[in-house]
Design a protein around this ligand. Structure first.
Ligand code: ZN
Length: 310
């Protein structure tokens, strides 16, 4: 079975290499630099921070795109095939791309998975599940520091010549993340403990909750594949009324309708809950909203949350 898979993968790759010629991909590359492909926008930002001037990063997913549902395009596969290093989040985040990473590893491509930088006790289970894991590690800044360490380790191994530069970039970025962690903690501390309840469209914020003492409730479960049922909506509406929750939040990479129906269900029970604003969950924001980096996105989220719940 494995052999058949490998042959199929090989055939697929030859087809893509042919296509690569048509795209004239090589002309887009700066050949002096280490060519790195990253899946999510969070990861692309991290690779740029740690890689600095020695790395050319190609991010596969644009801002606002949902990584749970993302399927690699033919062009993406070409990028991954011709890259020196491929990086991904892991923990089943890029659910539709698992076989591609496996194929690349079998071809001895350097592949960095952030998952490998975490300890078992860092990783949360997916809701009540005992078998699935929660992939949304980025909103606990301490875990993102571990991700940064893993990236620096991987780049240094792939490009020994520039290892000291990657280590220096890592050290200064870790300090920035330390300051960010403090910023989030300070903002959260503006809220009394009983008001630290975050209701959003899907369960992307459990690590944020764990890291900063928030009770987090998502309407849609961990994976955006599953639709919220009317029973869930009604239950959560009751919870909002009982706990006198001021605001609930929409997410940039999830359609707004589920949160709107939650607001309507709460209103039907005679309680007004505000939509507190848009949170970035599975993607960074953009330049227009001053949220194009990981640090700015995390700041924006905590500001939105605290300002609406205050
Ligand atoms: Zn998600």
């Amino acid at each position: 079975m494995k052999t058949i898979k490998r042959i199929l993968f090989g055939l697929l790759c030859s087809a893509f290499i042919f296509l690569a010629g048509c795209y004239n991909f090589s002309s887009e590359q700066d050949s002096d630099k280490l060519q790195v492909v990253a899946t999510t926008t969070m990861l692309t930002d991290l690779l740029r921070e740690i890689g600095g001037q020695h790395v050319q990063v190609t991010g596969l997913m644009p801002a606002g795109v949902d990584p749970h549902l993302y399927k690699a395009s033919a062009r993406d596969v070409i990028y991954m095939q011709s890259a020196d290093v491929v990086t991904y989040n892991g923990l089943e985040l890029e659910g539709k791309m698992g076989e591609i990473f496996q194929g690349l590893e079998e071809q001895n491509k350097t592949v960095i998975s952030l998952e490998n930088g975490l300890k078992e006790e860092d990783i949360l289970a997916a809701g009540e599940s005992t078998t699935s894991v929660d992939p949304h590690i980025w909103f606990d800044v301490e875990l993102w520091q571990k991700a940064a360490i893993e990236v620096a380790k991987g780049l240094s191994a792939a490009d020994v010549e520039n290892a000291t530069s990657y280590q220096a970039n890592l050290e200064s970025y870790l300090i920035e993340l330390e300051e960010l962690d403090q910023y989030v903690t300070n903002r959260v501390n503006e809220l009394p403990k009983e008001d630290r309840i975050l209701v959003t469209a899907h369960d992307a914020f459990s690590y944020f909750g764990e890291g900063y003492g928030f009770n987090v409730l998502g309407l849609q479960g961990l994976n955006t594949n599953a639709e919220a049922g009317t029973g869930d909506i009604s239950q959560l509406a009751n919870y909002i009324v009982e706990n006198d929750i001021k605001a609930i939040f929409i997410e940039s990479s999830v359609p707004t309708r589920t949160i709107e129906s939650l607001q309507a269900a709460t209103k039907a029970k005679g309680f007004e809950v505000e939509i507190g604003g848009e949170l970035y969950s599975d993607s960074l924001g953009d330049q227009e909203n001053n949220t194009e980096t990981y640090i700015k996105t995390v700041q924006s989220n905590v500001d939105t949350i605290v300002d609406a719940l205050k």
